[in-house]
Write a protein that binds this ligand. Structure first.
Ligand code: GKR
Ligand code: MG
Length: 437
């Protein structure tokens, strides 16, 4: 068992329908791109991994192919650990101006993560152990996720004959956003809400949170994330106006750009007696960002993400750091399918200091695109169950994978570009202005 060797690596780019949802980055394209990676052992067992899509991630994986083939999955990520170097020593690696997955500064950490997860799945499937038990053992069987409502235009994603049903309709007002959340909760049972803001005027977004609070009551934690769209003054005003609504187990996520900006928001809110924590996946994206942030008390909750923090074990290291510095840890998401969802669930299951329900875009994707054998991974009562099935607990449906690849080949998109999409459909002169309000 210890002499498993990787005989083959298959990299398949896919495109999955994605509705026209909005954020301060712009508008989502009709297809989100993902890459499915298979690591096949000499025994014919297949380890799976899902990562960002388009041309760059494939090229990066191809570049290390020679180091992967013939290697042991037990040692492989050790051999490739230089891919993780660099970011722990600082430098601006923030996602302020780049969408996650398009930040060149974490490109190698993303490549490493894709390989690490595939190796863990391969080892788990070979020895009959779930990934969560390979990385320390399960501390929870069910991993809670939060609903992730977005303002959106009409449309369900996909293009032409492949256009999908629009489950939620246009949602560009507080009322329609609340309707979206109600529907999502009916289907998935989510018990906390992460609301993507930075799209409408802050007054509308404040009103949206107030209406959500009214609809759902004080026991459902609410978070708001405008991805740095606000000035410090606006962030403080939102923090004050939503002190009650966000103060019950929720948080204010990346209201403004930079560690200094976040630190100022924090100081001013505390001066007003408001302790709503600030969370980040924009100002803080790597270990190198943490010392300054801690020194300035800029961020009280870090959002991990194994896809760009360098894999599952890096996420566990991050959790320990958060605990050491008395910070909380939550989990970030980008569009993904079931292999990523299971990766997120396994690392969450084996990370004691994960103190919030994880984000997930999964409800925005449809069964038609799922590449996991047997269809979509169930989310029940807002949770994904991590069973004792070996590895990540999922296998590939090769027909579905082929359809995903066909969609990729047909569609014109090769990287995520929310600004171009915004210009195409909403405003030809749109620019991502930070801060906007
Ligand atoms: O999907 O548009 C989106 C989100 O805005 C995503 O890109 C962010 O990375 O989910 C993310 C976040 O929490 O900032
Ligand atoms: Mg965020």
């Amino acid at each position: 068992m210890n002499d498993i060797k990787i005989a083959e690596m298959r990299i398949t780019p896919i495109a999955i329908a994605d509705p026209p949802i909005r954020s301060s980055y712009g508008l989502h394209q009709p297809y989100a791109l993902r890459t499915i990676v298979e690591f096949i052992s000499t025994d014919g067992i297949i380890g799976l991994s899902e990562t960002y899509g388009g041309e760059e991630p494939m090229k990066a994986l191809e570049a290390v192919r020679d180091q992967i083939i013939g290697s042991s999955p037990y040692r492989l990520t050790g051999t490739l650990s230089s891919l993780l170097h660099g970011r722990e020593y600082g430098g601006d690696a923030s996602q302020t101006y780049l969408v996650p997955g398009e930040n060149p500064l974490d490109a190698t950490a993303r490549t490493f993560a894709a390989i690490e997860v595939g190796c863990l799945d391969l080892i788990g499937k070979t020895v009959g152990v779930p990934v969560c038990d390979l990385i320390g053992g399960k501390v929870r069987d069910k991993v809670p996720f939060s609903a992730y409502p977005f303002y959106k235009h009409a449309g369900g994603g996909g293009e032409g004959a492949d256009a999908r049903d629009d489950k939620y309709g246009e949602c560009l007002s507080p009322e329609t956003l609340v309707g979206q959340v109600v529907k999502m909760r009916e289907e998935y049972g989510f018990n906390s809400i992460k609301f993507k803001a930075g799209v409408l005027h802050p007054d509308e977004e404040i009103e949206t949170i107030k209406q959500l609070y009214k609809e759902l009551g004080p026991d459902i934690p609410l978070r708001i994330d405008p991805n740095s769209a606000w000035t410090v003054d606006t962030s403080v005003r939102v923090g004050i106006e939503l002190a009650e609504e966000l103060g019950r187990g929720g948080y204010l996520e990346d209201p403004t750009a930079s560690i200094d900006g976040m630190a100022e928001v924090r100081r001013r809110l505390l001066a007003e007696g408001i302790e709503t924590p600030l969370a980040s996946n924009v100002a803080i994206t790597c270990f190198g960002d943490i010392p300054e942030s801690v020194a300035k008390d800029a961020v009280q909750i870090i959002l991990c993400d194994h896809h760009y923090w360098g894999g599952m074990r890096q996420v566990q290291t991050l959790a320990n750091l958060c605990k050491t510095f008395n910070m909380g840890m939550s989990m970030h998401s980008n569009n993904h399918l079931g292999i990523s969802l299971m990766g997120m669930a396994h690392v969450a299951a084996a990370t004691p200091h994960l103190t919030y329900a994880c984000d997930t875009h999964y409800p925005w994707q449809s069964a038609e695109d799922e590449v996991v054998l047997g269809g979509r991974v169930p989310i029940v009562n807002g949770c994904v169950e991590v069973t004792d099935k070996p590895g990540l607990g999922v296998e590939l449906d090769y027909d579905q994978l082929a359809r995903g690849k066909e969609r990729y080949e047909k569609c014109p998109y090769r990287k995520r570009d929310d600004v171009a999409e915004m210009r195409k459909h909403v405003d030809p002169n749109w620019e991502r202005k930070l801060p906007r309000w």
